[in-house]
Design a protein around this ligand. Structure first.
Ligand code: PRT
Ligand code: MG
Length: 224
């Protein structure tokens, strides 16, 4: 599918929750106000104060798909999501700006009392539950650790508690969720933040409308 015609508003794909909340100040810095909240209005297409820009609200992991197919001209997604997407759909997405929002880290965590270092050094085969299969596979391959990966879609923290896995690979920000579930972080894999991604065709055909927004986002995120 090709991007919409040059007269249609630019479409920015976002997920609700932390990415939406942390994008609002970046939009404000670009002079764009969003008057409705996706939480209260339940609308999936939100207008902005700029008639040339609208927002669409999609699942975080669907943002790259909307942008890649040109249903959105640009979008905002975590590096975690982009990494998993790229493994399935190489190329296709231009990632010009690290927005420095929705920061966290991708980590390995285990149940308190589980001797991860001993298990690794003994060459045991570890069972690891995660939503981030690609990132986890690369991490353990780099370390030369044998793992059986179990794909989950959420609540990873439960897996070591009920014997589904020895370890999890999950995002951590405050550490509160791990602590509440008697888990401890044993390894950091990578720092995560959200990036602006742009459809390749939009970048060429809609440059005049896109560039001022990209510049404003770059300036606002560099200040963070
Ligand atoms: O929720 P849904 O399944 O729809 O999608 P999602 O979980 O991918 O979306 P959302 O909105 O929760 O997260 C969007 C993006 O925010 C992610 O892709 C990350 O790039 C980023 N981000 C930043 C986080 C966190 N911080 C974060 N803490 N995403 C998730 N978490 C979760 C984490 O998975 C764990 O369950 O929060 C919990 C840990 O938080 P602490 O503060 O207790 O450590
Ligand atoms: Mg979530």
């Amino acid at each position: 599918m090709s991007p919409a015609s040059a007269t249609a508003p630019l479409t920015l794909a976002l997920s609700k929750g932390r990415i939406f909340e942390e994008t609002l100040p970046l939009l404000e810095a670009a002079g764009v106000h969003v008057t409705e909240s996706p939480e209260s209005s339940r609308k999936l297409i939100l207008p902005t104060s700029d008639p040339g820009l609208r927002l669409i609200i999609v699942r975080a992991s669907d943002v790259p798909t909307y942008v890649q197919y040109g249903a959105a001209d640009f979008g905002i997604a975590g590096k975690d999501v982009l990494f998993e997407h790229a493994a399935q759909h190489p190329g296709g997405l231009y990632q010009p700006i690290d927005l420095n929002i929705a920061k966290c880290r991708l980590c390995v965590a285990v149940r308190q009392g589980f001797d991860y270092q001993a298990a690794v050094s003994q060459g045991s085969r570890l069972r690891v539950a995660t939503k981030y299969v690609q990132a986890a596979r690369e991490h353990f391959a780099r370390k030369g650790v044998y793992v059986d990966l179990i794909k989950l879609y959420g609540s990873m923290e439960l897996a070591p508690l009920v014997g589904l896995a020895d370890a999890i690979v999950d995002l951590v920000s405050t550490g509160g969720t791990l602590k509440a579930n008697n888990l401890v972080e044993v390894e950091e894999i990578v720092d995560i933040s959200s990036r602006l991604i742009v459809n390749q065709a939009s970048l060429k055909t809609r440059a005049a409308a896109l560039q001022p927004l990209l510049d404003a986002f770059a300036r606002a995120s560099a200040d963070k």
